[in-house]
Design a protein around this ligand. Structure first.
Ligand code: KIV
Length: 271
C-alpha cells in the first residue's frame, strides 16, 4: 500500500483549511466496526473513538474505568471500517496525567496498535508537558476543555463549566496554550456559547463544540445519543435525529412474538 492510499481523505491539515474557509466540521463518536462504516459512508469528517465508550458500550457510570486496552480494541474495530474520516482516539483516564513519559507510551500504543490518525486528551496547563511530549513524537493531539468528564470527582457535577470569570479566563488561556503547543484542534464541552465563540475567534485551529453553541467551527455528539439509542441522557444541547430505541425494541418484541407463535421461520425461510 502506498503512503497516499493509507492516508484517509480527511487530514488534520484539511480541518485547518475548513476552518479558514468557514466550512463547518461534523464529528461523531463510534466504537465499533458496523457503526463506524455507516457513519463514515454518510460523510462525517471526524470520528472520535471516545472514552464515552465506558458509558454507552460498557455501562459504567463515569468514563474513568475504561482502560487503554479497551480503547485500543474499540479503535481497531473503527479504523478497519473507515475510508474517509479522520479517526481520533481518546487517551483514557490515568494514561497521560502526571507523567509525560507514560503519556507518550500510551499515545504510541494507540497509534501503533490501531492505525488511528490522532489522540485526544482532557485538560490545559496541567497536562501541557504530556501534550508537548506526544506532539514531539509526531502524533497529532486534539485538546479538550470545559466539562472534562475524566475530572468528574474533582468537580462533582456535569453542569455547565466556565460560567465564572476566573474559570472562563483560565479556559481561554488553556486554549491558547494548546494552540501554541501545536494541537490541531480543541473540543469545548458544555460552556457558555459566547465564551466558545470567543475561543474559536481567537485561535487559528478548529474548535469543535458539544453544548458550546453555534459560534464554533464544528460540532460533536455521541452517536448513541444522536440516534436515540440512549434514553436516560437528555441535556439541552442534544438533538435526537432518530428514535432507534423504539425501532429496536419494536423489532425485537416482534421477533420474540414470531418465535413463540411459531410463525418464524416460515416455509420460504428454511432449506
Ligand atoms: O468521549 C467522548 O465521547 C467525548 C465527546 C463527548 C467529545 O469526549
Amino acid at each position: 500500500m502506498s503512503v497516499e492510499s493509507s492516508v484517509r481523505a480527511v487530514t488534520t491539515l484539511r480541518l485547518t483549511e475548513m476552518k479558514r474557509r468557514a466550512e463547518k466540521i461534523a464529528m461523531l463518536t463510534s466504537y465499533d466496526y458496523s457503526m463506524a462504516k455507516i457513519v463514515d459512508a454518510a460523510g462525517i469528517d471526524v470520528i472520535l473513538v471516545g472514552d464515552s465508550a465506558a458509558n454507552v458500550m460498557a455501562g459504567y457510570e463515569t468514563t474513568l474505568p475504561i482502560t487503554l486496552d479497551m480503547m485500543i480494541y474499540h479503535a481497531r474495530s473503527v479504523v478497519r471500517a473507515v475510508n474517509r474520516a479522520l479517526v481520533v482516539v481518546d487517551l483514557p483516564f490515568g494514561t497521560y496525567q502526571g507523567n509525560s513519559k507514560v503519556a507518550l507510551d500510551s499515545a504510541v500504543r494507540i497509534m501503533k496498535e490501531t492505525e488511528a490518525d490522532a489522540v485526544k486528551l482532557e485538560g490545559g496547563a496541567e497536562v501541557m508537558e504530556s501534550v508537548e511530549r506526544i506532539l514531539s513524537a509526531g502524533i497529532p493531539v486534539m485538546g479538550h476543555l470545559g466539562l472534562t468528564p475524566q475530572s468528574i470527582h474533582k468537580f462533582g457535577t456535569y453542569n455547565v463549566r466556565a460560567k465564572e470569570q476566573a474559570e472562563a479566563e483560565k479556559l481561554l488561556h488553556d486554549a491558547h496554550l494548546l494552540e501554541q503547543a501545536g494541537c490541531f484542534a480543541i473540543v469545548l464541552e458544555k460552556i457558555p456559547a459566547d465564551l466558545a465563540s470567543r475561543v474559536a475567534a481567537e485561535v487559528s485551529i478548529p474548535v469543535i463544540g458539544i453544548g458550546a453553541g453555534g459560534g464554533v467551527d464544528g460540532q460533536v455528539l455521541v452517536v448513541h445519543d444522536l440516534l436515540g439509542i440512549t434514553q436516560d441522557f437528555s441535556p439541552r444541547f442534544l438533538r435526537r435525529y432518530a428514535d432507534l430505541h423504539s425501532v429496536i425494541s419494536t423489532a425485537v418484541s416482534s421477533y420474540v412474538g414470531d418465535v413463540k407463535s411459531g410463525s418464524f421461520p416460515n416455509k420460504q425461510e428454511q432449506y
